[in-house]
Design a protein around this ligand. Structure first.
Ligand code: TRP
Ligand code: ZN
Length: 525
């Protein structure tokens, strides 16, 4: 592995940070004004009715999500005209109050709010940064379920990362839009409690000019065309985190089939050659079946993949049931190297989507396991065992970029640093070697089954691993997740933890590593 490459790739992956920092500042300001609001509103409302908090309390992103209620369902009606880029939205949100509420917030970035009702009665609202504050005529008492109806419109914002070609959020393409981002995207196109802690079911009715497709999460129920416009109906029953929702619009070659009794939709832009992306994402079902033998049953009611021909999309994202991939990951044709990203995104359906982070600091549980799934896929392809890949990484000197920051607390600025991916996956393997295969697979499958449709934190994962293995694992996880430097080798080979250059570097770079490097290099186009 040449170190120049690593440095360059890291630079790419650190760029999203600027966006995050900007949002953090906005969030802090919005939080401040909401605090001032509490001071006045709370005293005016008798009976202990208070405004819900303007954030859920995520230490990395204090402004994300909101307090005081829990959303059960979003019914989203979206009309989007690619000719004008204008979105007309109608969101009907069913939620339950978790405290006596005098007012509550939703997250919404850009766009113009036209009307708001709560339980059918018009409500007043105000905007401040990403916070939409809604004050119903009467307070909502704790445990009460209520319906918020919001009509809005405007040109959805694309988040452009300064000085880079990276886009996320609502990305305007020549024939529609690609909608993908992490952790930020949802608030750019619908009012939302924008944090992984509040999962909800969704229904979508997305109206686009006839001839275009509107792709979304879950099951496609049907499409109705009238007066030159087509409405695509989708339902995602199994709860979903807000950032995983998509409304990706444009011309697509759609391969619709069933796999294990579930709807499978592979959608590729017809401008892309049919023997590139299709060959790789065409293996979504195969990757799903393989990973189900490792992690337990596939967690959702539908499955699929989306590849759009969009020059400014440089990443893949694990959108629930419809992962979205950059076209740049598939320009070499039918090599196995191109299937690693498919294994990665499919693995996220278990790790990230079904079992979500509790707070964003837990991101290694997503990226570490999705990367480890690539190592398992490598083994299945006969291109190297997890132990060989682990040893390849372990043999790299401490100056290699993936060692730092420790992935258990990467900080906002390095949330998606390559250390979260590679050292995160090494942490998974170190656990496996330490507790043995039998306990390891029981830990993994119990974790997935017991947190299904929910959230999980690093400390919960460690506690589960200790309970199932009967071992004290604090030192192991502390060294791998929280301490700088190269942790002691967990066993399985004789590589040493010293920083001295090793003579035991495997001759070849494992294909799984090469594939990951190529994906990181894509951002430098
Ligand atoms: N979670 C994505 C993956 O590993 C990658 C990712 C990191 C991303 N940051 C992002 C995607 C920002 C979209 C936007 O598959
Ligand atoms: Zn990932």
């Amino acid at each position: 592995m040449d170190s120049v490459r690593w440095t360059a790739s890291v630079r790419t992956w650190r760029k999203p940070v600027r966006l995050l920092r900007m949002r953090l500042v906005t969030a802090a300001v919005a939080g401040l004004s909401a605090v001032l609001l509490i001071g006045t509103t709370a005293s005016a409302q008798p009976g202990g009715f208070r405004p819900g908090a303007p954030g859920v309390g995520d230490p990395y992103f204090p402004g994300y999500g909101n307090g005081g209620y829990d959303v059960a369902h979003y019914a989203l009606e979206i009309r989007y005209d690619p000719a004008t880029d204008v979105l007309d939205g109608h969101a009907v949100i069913r939620a339950t109050a978790t405290q006596n509420l005098s007012a509550f917030n939703l997250d919404l970035v850009g766009l113009t709010v036209d009307t708001v009702t709560v339980d059918g009665r018009s409500a007043s609202w105000s905007r401040s940064g990403q916070e939409l504050t809604i004050t119903p005529r009467r307070g909502l008492s704790k445990h009460r379920s209520f319906t918020v109806d919001i009509r809005y419109h405007g040109v959805p914002l694309t988040f452009t990362l300064p000085g880079t070609p990276f886009e996320t959020g609502w990305m305007h393409t020549d024939d529609g839009a690609v909608v993908a981002g992490q952790p930020e995207v949802a608030a750019a196109w619908y009012p939302v409690n924008d944090h992984p802690l509040d999962k909800a079911s969704y229904s979508f009715a997305i109206t686009v000019p006839a001839g275009l497709a509107a792709l979304s999460n879950g099951v496609h129920l049907g499409t109705v065309t009238r007066h030159g416009w087509s409405t695509w109906y989708w339902v995602q029953f199994t709860p979903m985190i807000s950032y995983l929702a998509t409304a990706t619009i444009g011309q697509f070659r759609i391969d619709k089939s069933r796999h294990n009794g579930k709807q499978l939709i592979i959608a590729v832009d017809p401008d892309l050659p049919p023997d590139l992306a299709d060959d790789a994402v065409g293996r979504t079902a195969e990757a799903t079946d393989f990973l189900a033998t490792q992690f337990g049953p596939y967690p959702f009611e539908a499955n699929g993949a989306i590849v759009d021909d969009y020059d400014n999309l440089f990443f893949a994202l694990e959108n629930q049931t419809k992962s979205i991939y950059s076209k740049y990951f598939f320009d070499e044709g039918t090599t196995t190297g191109e299937t690693y990203v498919v294994a990665h995104e499919v693995a996220h359906q278990w790790f990230g989507d079904s079992v979500a982070v509790h707070f964003w600091q837990d991101i290694w549980l997503n990226e570490g396991f999705a990367t480890y799934a690539e190592w398992l896929w490598s083994d299945r392809l006969g291109e190297g065992t997890p132990q060989q890949i682990f040893d390849f990484f372990y043999s790299q000197p401490l100056t290699a970029d993936f060692w730092s920051p420790p992935p258990g607390d990467p900080g906002v600025e390095q949330l998606f640093d390559i250390s979260v991916y590679f050292r995160g996956a090494m942490t998974v393997h170190a656990l496996r070697v330490t507790v043995g295969d039998d306990a390891f697979w029981r830990i993994v499958r119990t974790w997935v089954a017991s947190h299904r449709n929910g959230n999980g934190s690093t400390s919960e994962f460690i506690a589960l691993a200790e309970r199932i293995s009967g071992q004290q694992l604090d030192a192991l996880f502390d060294a791998w997740l929280f301490q700088e430097g190269k942790p002691p080798h967990p066993g399985g080979s004789s590589l040493s933890a010293t920083n001295a250059p090793t003579t035991e570097t495997p001759a070849g770079v494992p294909n799984a590593v090469r594939a990951a490097q190529q994906r990181l290099a894509v951002g430098q186009h």
